[in-house]
Design a protein around this ligand. Structure first.
Ligand code: ZN
Ligand code: ZN
Length: 284
């Protein structure tokens, strides 16, 4: 039996034939180097030849093309490298019970997803409660297990890409085309940024497009519905005797993105709050 692998024995990929690693900024999938050998059915050509009723030979796509497609979809999704191995099975729930609830909602959403049933999810909660890990997990399963295309985009990274595009003479629509057209769009860090007219216009254009096209979008945001739990942004203020003091500015999600975008979000997503450890900040 030397050199021959028994069925169900690859510990590297758990017999999925795919290994996932962190390669630079993004997670990366490739054929498992320990168990994958050239497809025996098609000898790596991607086609198998069969005969029809009249004995004429025709080419039929081989099953292995499906594996290829899922690897490509995963690599196009731009999932953050640090979450390359995030799955529903290895998701550790150590924080608040609300994270467990969010995990269940995400898992239900993923298992019951159908094209046409387009309503997405919006996860809100403090820094470090596990939101980005959770949405990375969802996108990994969509691309790698279901063969459904999607893209992960951190909102301020999108803004930087658009600005870099301007410098090269590219319009914003040429940058936004990919994310407008993808089936599952993840927007991480919604509400982050300087809240300028330009930034709000870009956000409005992305959200209106997804809404009008009835396409599924999943968001994360540090800003919540309530002043008590929303992100407290540290700012330095000058006091009367000319010394500096740190205070916290609190804005709700609606205040960050304004009413028009907020009501669109309500129409296209279920809102789920993940609570973090209790933190108290002096109000502005
Ligand atoms: Zn393997
Ligand atoms: Zn094949």
């Amino acid at each position: 039996m030397v050199g021959q692998m028994l069925k169900g024995t690859c510990r590297n990929c758990n017999d999925t034939k795919i290994q996932v690693i962190a390669r630079g900024q993004y997670a990366w999938a490739e054929y498992c180097p320990q168990c994958f050998s050239e497809c025996k059915l098609c000898e790596g050509t991607g086609y198998i030849f069969e005969k029809d009723n009249e004995g004429r030979e025709y080419a039929k796509p081989c099953m292995c093309r499906n594996l290829n497609l899922r690897i490509t979809l995963f690599n196009n999704a731009q999932i953050p490298g640090q979450f390359y191995n995030a799955t529903f099975d290895n998701f550790e729930v150590t924080a608040d019970p609300s994270l467990e609830e969010a995990l269940r909602t995400a898992s239900f959403f993923y298992k019951n997803y159908q094209r046409g049933n387009w309503k997405g999810l919006l996860f809100m909660g403090g820094v470090g409660v596990g939101k980005t890990r959770l949405v990375s997990t969802i996108l990994r399963d969509f691309t790698l297990n279901h063969g459904i295309p999607g893209i992960f985009k951190e909102f301020t990274a999108l803004l930087s890409e658009i600005k870099a595009g301007y410098d090269k003479g590219l319009s914003e629509s040429s940058i936004l085309e990919k994310i407008n057209n993808t089936e599952i769009l993840i927007i991480d860090e919604l509400g982050k940024g300087r809240k300028s007219d330009w930034e709000i216009n870009i956000l409005d254009s992305v959200i209106s497009n997804r809404y009008n096209m009835r396409k599924t979008t999943i968001f994360t945001t540090n800003y919540t519905d309530k002043k008590t739990t929303t992100y407290a942004e540290p700012i330095i203020v000058r006091t009367d005797n000319d010394s500096q003091k740190e205070k916290f500015k609190k804005e709700t999600l609606e205040q960050r993105v304004f009413s028009r975008i907020y009501s669109r979000l309500k129409g296209m997503c279920d809102f789920i709050e993940i609570k973090g450890p209790d933190q108290r900040y002096p109000d502005m």
